[in-house]
Design a protein around this ligand. Sequence first.
Ligand code: PMT
Length: 407
Amino acid sequence: MIQLRGKKILLAISASIAAYKMPELVRQLIKAGAEVKIVMTPAAADFVSPLALSTVSKNEVLHTVHEANSWNNHVALGRWADVMLIAPCSANTLAKLANGLCDNLLCAVYLSATCPVLVAPAMDEDMWEHPTTKQNVARLVGFGNKIIPVGHGELASGLVGAGRLAELDEILAHLEAHFSTVPKLLSQCSALVTAGPTYEQIDPVRFIGNHSTGKMGIALAEVLAAQGATVTLVLGPTSERVTHPGVEVIHVASAEQMLLACSNVFPKMDIAIFAAAVADYRPENVAHEKIKKAGDTLELKLTKNPDILKTLAAQKSPNQVVVGFALETQNEEENARKKLKEKAADMIVLNSLRSPGAGFGHDTNMVSIFQNDGTVQELPLLSKTETAKAIVQTILTYRNARKMFKD
Ligand code: PMT
């Protein structure tokens, strides 16, 4: 989190149950070398202790415009900060900010702030989905504020849905991305990545799937986004999370849905990486009701799924780079070369289930990259992020070489 070193962050906390997470966020910001000042609405103190916040931030926490005979200078605070982060931002505070209300210190600071403002909303799903909230969010975006997307999951009401405060690592990633000044190698580039398994429905309760977690594809999407690419990640069912704000995630379940989502965006992509473990076959007929236990055996007739990589590689323009994966258990190299040719990819990234620490589920992978000019690059066992960095570097070199050759 090098980008946060020395940065002045004004954290504004409103009354939401998620406020209890803020001391940990402040601790991480301080650890990253940031300076943190905090304002909160009076009601936020019911959810998180100002004493805990002032202890971790090493600064006094302010919640009223004036205390006794002194006045808290909201203008100075708004001018001091490099960025104002409003987290959690309740529905009430969101509405006040969107409409210029100024009945507490947090709102006064917001109206005075000359720095960029990041807003991390948190509320129950019904409130989040309400047209008024949507309008208020749109107004804040219109004012140039950045909205950190809400998460999906268990809410304070006990219901499950959208409206959770983004996870702390996502908020930190948004702050980092905000301050990032590193020259980006892919800032003019758009990239498509597929990741995760596909689920092929058998009946309303069963499916054919595989052990892919999506970790490899997510790492690729995040590395591409970190290099400035605009990334679309078409993601099969997984509990893994994507933290980089530059990645747009399209959730799908089946191979057919994955193909449709990819086909819609593929023509405008510069790079496409197919890391998903797509089921080759799906049940020919999906039962509308749960299949009941009957005889000792059950026959399922399967039909071939579309090959997403092959279908799209056949449509690729000369400027696009298409990369596939090959997951093998035997004759690895031979099969990888065969897939490279048959699927007309520019590269195939081979990983074998015979290599310890490689393939499904691990945080590590060991791959070899086969290029269509016959070059093979063998990588050691690395974290999936380091593997993704090496793959992206190879793609960059390949693109540059192709460009030079054309020029
Ligand atoms: O998700 P993780 O748990 O991190 O695991 C990572 C991984 C092992 C899934 C990943 O590294 C990997 O190897 N992905 C490809 C798995 C696979 O299905 O390989 P394959 O050899 O069956 O397919 C070859 C290529 O064709 C792949 O790029 C695949 O995405 C693509 N394909 C396959 C079938 C199909 N119907 N459509 C496709 O696009």
